[in-house]
Each structure stands twice: as structure tokens, then as C-alpha cells.
Design a protein around this ligand. Structure first.
Ligand code: BG6
Length: 469
């Protein structure tokens, strides 16, 4: 079987991780411009000031994408380029840059798939409480509308937010991302609520514009599985799915929060302050959401936790999703299992976990349209005789595309696949050491680009529509 003709083969990036030009052409400061410069926060003090200089080299990069035969490119807009202080006056040069990127994609027939928020928040808003302040949600709605109006004639696929669980969890529980706060459950749940509210408002605005196009949200997809069949571990896995998945997917797809979590938040005093109007906005717009984007890297294996949780301090060395940690509420812990395979950074490789998880989503939410908006292997690629021989990445993507094909055959409504990442880029906490791209960037030689082995492989997959997989 070939992949259906309307299935999009793509690859992805995010503004802060590629653009650089952090203070050029009227761009405002963001939370990451400041946070990345606090000593000890990122690997060897790396930051996105220059990143891979995509801001100045986007033409070259998009030409590579075209040569690879990429059908669609997922990238994000940096809010602070469009609105330097998060709200108010528009920076025309910011609009111009994204117009250029979009037009360059279209020149080659590459479908732009745009994320409005991939973690770089205008600093002015961060300093006023960031996502714990409703002002940020209202400002996001304005920003979204400006983008819909400016680019909506050519951009037909919109993602509001990338991975709420990550930027809120790392920002307010683990302190590893801005604003660097630890163990503040109230702020964490409040922030997630305002993100869902901002999403619903943006969807409502988009639908009112009557554009021909679609809008959704991207979540990390971390299906939880019990390490065995004991009751306590099965309960632990359910708990993990309620908090890591349903809390995020329910408000978008059902327009209300999962009762299991709501009840527990009430008991613990962690319920966000929410108004009737906000809850009503979630409800009213749930049915208007066109798709869900899934960023899938790995499942989590969980067991009941019997130890006290002292602090959620995050270890950068073990990376953001490495198993072996208690959950924020101490109820379960993630487990590294003997019989599983892991990447160099300790992330489990489990295509089967994805397939099973897709069925779990279908059981709960019905026949929703989905895109895989990220999936890929973070590795240190070997260079042999001048060639970047990223064979493990090819293997990883191949195995995941195989299960995606199977999932489609089994009736899962998947319409596209975006490898993370199109080109080697800045990992938030792991600098340039952890590579994901089809295109190598030489940091010792003018940021020169070079095709990896996977580049040629993916080109072939796209050309043959995955027939041989
Ligand atoms: C996803 C993010 O969570 O994971 C990306 O959306 C990120 O922005 C990717 O780069 C890989 O994460 P890491 O920590 O391996 O660089």
C-alpha cells in the first residue's frame, strides 16, 4: 500500500530553535532570550541568538526542502517579531519575514503548516505573569487574529500551541524552562487553563473569518502503560493518562476537563481560578477544532510510587523525558524497563506504543483527524569520510512510518507526518549536541548545510509514497 494521495509528508522546526536574529528588524525580547542567558540553564550556555541563522538563510533552507521533495513544512512564528511587546503595535518587518518564508515555500509547492506558539513568549507578557495571567491569553487571541489576517490567504493549516504540557510543566513544576518556577501546582494548572482558553478564543476568531482552512492544537503524546498487570500499577497508569493526556485533550476535544482530575484538584486546592465565561468558551468551541497534532517520541511506563517526592528539580543531563522520575504529585513514577530499547538520551523507542496509543485516543475521542506533527530521533550523528551517516534515524523514522501506515489501515484518521526536525537545530536544553535533522549544520564552518543520508532516504520515501515500507 502507498500512503493516501492527500497524506502530507513533511518535516518541522520552531522559530527560536532556528532563526537567530534575536534583536533584528524590530523583534521584541522573549522569555527565552533572557532565560537562556542565565548561567547553568542550558547545555554549555547555548542560546538562540544566532541559532542556525535561518532568518538570513531561509531561502537556502527551503531550497533544500524542495530538493528533498518535502510536501509540507511545519514552522512557528515568533510572536515578538510580529508584536514586539506582545500586544499593541504591529512590526511590519516581522510580517515581511514570514510573508517571505511562506511565499518561498509556495514557490516550490510546499504547504506551510504554521504554529503560532512554540514557546517563545514576548518578555513583557512573561514579566507580567506569563501564562498565569489572563492578559497573556487575551493578547494571544489578538496576535492570532493578526496572523490569520496577514497570512491566511496562503496558510491553510494552523496550530495554535505546541505541547502545553511541556512548557507549563517545565516552566512551573520543574523550573527547567522559563519562567523557571519549581513545584508550583497552582500556577501550573492555572497556566494550562489559560492556554486552553486562548486556544478556544483563537479557534473562534479563525472560524468567524470564514477562511478556507483548518485549525487545531499540537500536544505531546505520552501514552502511559503499566509496567505489569498488578492493580496498583494499572491504577498508576490510568492516573498518568488522566493527568498527562486527558487533562490536555479533553478541554480541546470535549470542551470540559476530565472529572477524575477535576475532583482531585479540588481536594488538593489546585483548581485554577476559572470563570463561567472561560468554561463556556471551551465548551462552545470544542466542536470547531479541526484536528489534533501529535508529537510522539515515546510512551511512558509507569508504576505506583512509594517514595516521598521532595522536589521536582529537573536534571538537564538526563533530558526532559528520561524515565526514572516520580510524577509531580508523587502518585506514580516512570520506569526504565530491561526489555525495552532506548536512545542515547534514554528515551524509549516504541512504535508499538504509538499504535496502541492511537487506538486509546480513538476509543476516547472518536474519529478525530490527526497529524503527527513531530517524531524523530535525537542522536549524535557519526561523520564517516565526510558523510553524515545517520542510519539509526532512518531506522527510527522507518519503524514509525510503518506503524502509521498500519494505523491508517486500521481506521485511524491520520493525514500527515512531520519529522522532527527538517534540519539540525538548537535543542532547548541540549544545545547542538542532540541532532534531529535531515540536513546537517556545521557549527565549525560558517553554519554550512549538508545533506545527511536520511535526506536521500526520506526523499525516496516521499517519491514512492512509502510503498516499500
Ligand atoms: C519537542 C519540542 O518537545 O521535542 C521541540 O516540540 C523539541 O521543540 C523536541 O526540540 C526535542 O526535544 P529535545 O529536548 O530532545 O531537544
Amino acid at each position: 500500500m502507498k500512503f493516501p494521495h492527500d497524506f502530507l509528508f513533511g518535516a518541522a522546526s520552531a522559530s527560536y530553535q532556528i532563526e537567530g536574529a534575536w534583536n533584528e528588524d524590530g523583534k521584541g525580547l522573549t522569555n527565552w532570550d533572557v532565560f537562556s542567558k542565565i548561567p547553568g540553564k542550558t547545555f554549555e550556555g547555548t542560546n538562540g541568538d544566532v541559532a542556525i541563522d535561518h532568518y538570513h538563510r531561509y531561502k537556502e533552507d527551503i531550497q533544500f526542502m524542495a530538493e528533498m521533495g518535502l510536501e509540507s513544512y511545519r514552522f512557528s512564528i515568533s510572536w515578538a517579531r510580529i508584536l514586539p511587546t506582545g500586544e499593541g503595535a504591529v512590526n511590519e518587518q516581522g510580517l515581511e519575514f514570514y510573508n517571505d518564508v511562506i511565499n518561498e515555500c509556495l514557490k516550490y509547492g510546499i504547504v506551510p503548516f504554521v504554529t503560532l506558539y512554540h514557546w517563545d513568549l514576548p518578555l513583557v507578557l512573561e514579566e507580567d505573569g506569563g501564562w498565569t495571567n489572563k492578559r497573556t491569553a487575551e493578547a494571544f487571541a489578538q496576535y492570532a487574529e493578526i496572523c490569520f489576517r496577514a497570512f491566511g490567504d496562503r496558510v491553510k493549516h494552523w496550530i495554535t500551541f505546541n505541547e502545553t504540557v511541556m512548557f507549563c510543566g517545565l516552566g512551573y513544576l520543574k523550573g527547567a524552562h522559563p519562567p523557571g518556577i519549581q513545584n508550583d501546582e497552582n500556577k501550573y494548572f492555572q497556566a494550562t487553563h489559560y492556554v486552553f482558553y486562548a486556544h478556544a478564543k483563537a479557534v473562534e476568531i479563525y472560524k468567524a473569518l470564514n477562511h478556507y482552512g483548518e485549525i487545531g492544537i499540537t500536544h505531546v503524546f505520552l501514552p502511559a502503560y503499566s509496567v505489569d498487570d498488578t492493580d496498583e500499577n494499572l491504577i498508576a497508569a490510568r492516573h498518568a493518562n488522566e493527568y498527562e493526556t486527558f487533562w490536555y485533550y479533553d478541554p480541546i476535544l470535549k470542551g470540559e476537563y476530565p472529572p477524575y482530575v477535576v475532583r482531585q484538584l479540588q481536594e488538593k486546592g489546585w483548581t485554577p481560578s476559572w470563570t463561567e465565561e472561560e468554561l463556556e468558551t471551551l465548551k462552545r468551541n470544542a466542536g470547531k477544532n479541526d484536528f489534533i497534532g501529535l508529537n510522539y517520541y515515546q510512551p511512558i511506563r509507569v508504576a505506583k510510587n512509594h517514595e516521598a517526592v521532595l522536589s521536582m528539580e529537573h536534571s538537564r543531563e538526563t533530558s526532559t523525558l528520561t524515565p526514572g522520575n516520580p510524577s509531580f504529585d508523587g502518585f506514580y513514577r516512570t520506569v526504565k524497563m530491561e526489555d525495552k530499547t532506548y536512545t542515547r538520551w534514554g528515551w524509549e523507542i516504541s512504535p508499538q506504543g504509538f499504535l496502541d496509543g492511537l487506538h486509546m485516543l480513538k476509543d476516547r475521542y472518536g474519529d478525530i483527524k490527526m497529524y503527527v506533527t513531530e517524531n524523530g530521533l535525537g542522536d549524535e550523528d557519526p561523520i564517516i569520510d565526510g558523510e553524515v551517516v545517520d542510519v539509526p534515524r532512518i531506522k527510527y523514522i522507518e519503524q514509525h512510518l510503518q506503524v502509521i501506515k498500519r494505523a491508517i489501515e486500521e481506521g485511524i484518521h491520520l493525514k500527515g507526518y512531520y519529522a522532527w526536525s527538517v534540519i539540525d537545530l538548537l535543542s532547548w536544553l541540549n544545545g547542538y549536541k542532540k541532532q534531529y535533522g535531515f540536513i546537517y549544520v556545521d557549527h565549525n564552518n560558517n553554519l554550512n548545510r549538508k545533506k545527511k543520508l536520511s535526506f536521500h532516504w526520506y526523499k525516496h520515501i516521499i517519491e514512492t509514497r512509502g510503498e516499500g515500507l
